[in-house]
Design a protein. Structure first.
Length: 399
């Protein structure tokens, strides 16, 4: 369009010059010259409109995946020259999409200000940076379009989506007979009477049942039912090279959404929770409890990246001695390897309750590998819950 307008101007200037030559009229020569200078003047005005602009961007600190937030530009003109034909647009990273992609118009009077805003959709979890603003100007005749870039950095943290999970994705309930350590009665250090047995070296003397010992003529001790732990751990693999593609998202994005949804479920039942994602979380002596803990968990899940040398299997082994017997461990991973098998068996032997969440990317080789892994883990009563690319719940968690 701009080219055709310039061509029209040049043609008109040429026609005027031809008439001026035929008629020998000096004023017509001036008219043709002024017409030829018009594109140059328009370009000069366009460049002047980009000078002396100060832009500030206002956007929320954080939002949830799938949410739409408002972004506001506050623009100030530091010059006496008015700027009436400007429009602004952000340089957006992948995962952030404007609802209306057209640039936002602003009009700046002499040394004046203007505000403009647009709606931004948060499509993917993560810590996103919006680095700059694109400034665009068009002159009145539409002959010249000039663009410039102003560095105006803003940051927004996008929390993963939290969904109410279907029953088949929830970890096996305690006392329901599904989890490896579930039992109606078993000996331990609880508060309910379990039985009496003979004294063995190492038994605490406070457990000696003196009346029975006097009757039988040998030491006996009282045993108590073990109380199941109400602690849970959500462990997510963040090791380098562990991430798999899931369309526009990744298995780590899926793990973030699934982990957030599991956390909401665990905290909602009154249990305590730790989230373990090497590189994004730190070990804490005490677990989190209550819905108010969700904000910190969501922030950690939003910042997760597959950038650590330490595997979650190694971190689980280090943390296991500090976990109460019967602690539920929801292990989210896309990697059905020998390390997973060995660590899961070790956790099971340490009186913990691992539940493996297999994050499948949809390839046939991976599906076959998980079938073998699930059979091996099933032999020691470790549940494997699969989430596949293309499942409705997967699309909702990452989409």
């Amino acid at each position: 369009m701009a080219f055709s307008k310039r061509l029209t101007i040049f043609a008109a200037a040429g026609a005027i010059a031809l008439v001026a030559w035929v008629l020998n009229v000096a004023q017509l020569y001036w008219m043709g010259g002024v017409l030829l200078l018009l594109p140059l003047v328009c370009r000069l005005v366009g460049h002047l409109e980009h000078q002396g602009i100060v832009i500030q961007r206002r956007m929320p600190y954080a939002g949830h995946q799938g949410e739409t937030v408002r972004v506001r530009f506050q623009v100030r003109n530091q010059q006496a020259f008015p700027k009436l034909h400007l429009s602004l647009s952000d340089e957006l990273p992948a995962g952030l999409t404007p609802v209306a992609p057209e640039p936002v118009p602003v009009q700046l009077p002499s040394r004046g200000t203007d505000d403009a805003d647009y709606l931004l959709q948060l499509r993917r979890r993560g810590a996103h940076t919006v680095p700059a603003v694109r400034v665009r100007s068009v002159d009145l005749l539409g002959l010249t379009v000039i663009e410039s870039r102003l560095e105006v950095a803003s940051h927004i943290l996008v929390y993963p989506r939290v969904l109410e999970l279907p029953g088949h994705l929830l970890p096996p309930t305690r006392g329901g007979g599904h989890a490896p350590l579930d039992a109606s009665q078993r000996q331990g250090e609880g508060s309910s009477f379990f039985g009496i047995r003979e004294y063995r070296p190492g038994d605490p003397l406070r457990h000696v049942h003196w009346r029975t010992a006097a009757r039988l003529g040998r030491l006996t001790v009282v045993e108590w039912e073990a109380e199941e732990s109400t602690d849970a751990v959500i462990a997510i693999e963040t090791q380098k090279g562990s991430e798999r593609a899931l369309g526009d998202a990744t298995t780590l994005d899926l793990a973030a959404g699934l982990g957030a949804s599991l956390a909401a479920h665990v905290l909602g039942t009154g249990d305590s929770l730790r989230v373990m994602a090497p590189g994004a979380t730190e070990w804490r002596p005490s677990a989190s409890r209550g819905p108010e803990a969700m904000t910190g968990i969501l922030e950690s899940l939003a910042r997760m990246q597959p950038a650590t040398e330490l595997s979650v299997a190694a971190e689980l082994r280090m943390a296991a001695p500090h976990l109460a017997p019967g602690t539920l461990i929801c292990w989210l991973t896309p990697s059905p390897d020998a390390v997973l098998l060995a660590a899961a068996r070790w956790l099971r032997a340490a009186n913990l309750r691992p539940v493996i969440y297999a994050l499948l990317d949809g390839t046939r080789d991976e599906a076959e590998a998980w079938e073998t892994t699930a059979a091996d883990l099933g032999s020691v009563m470790i549940p494997v819950i699969r989430l596949r690319a293309g499942d409705d719940i997967v699309d909702r968690l990452v989409g």
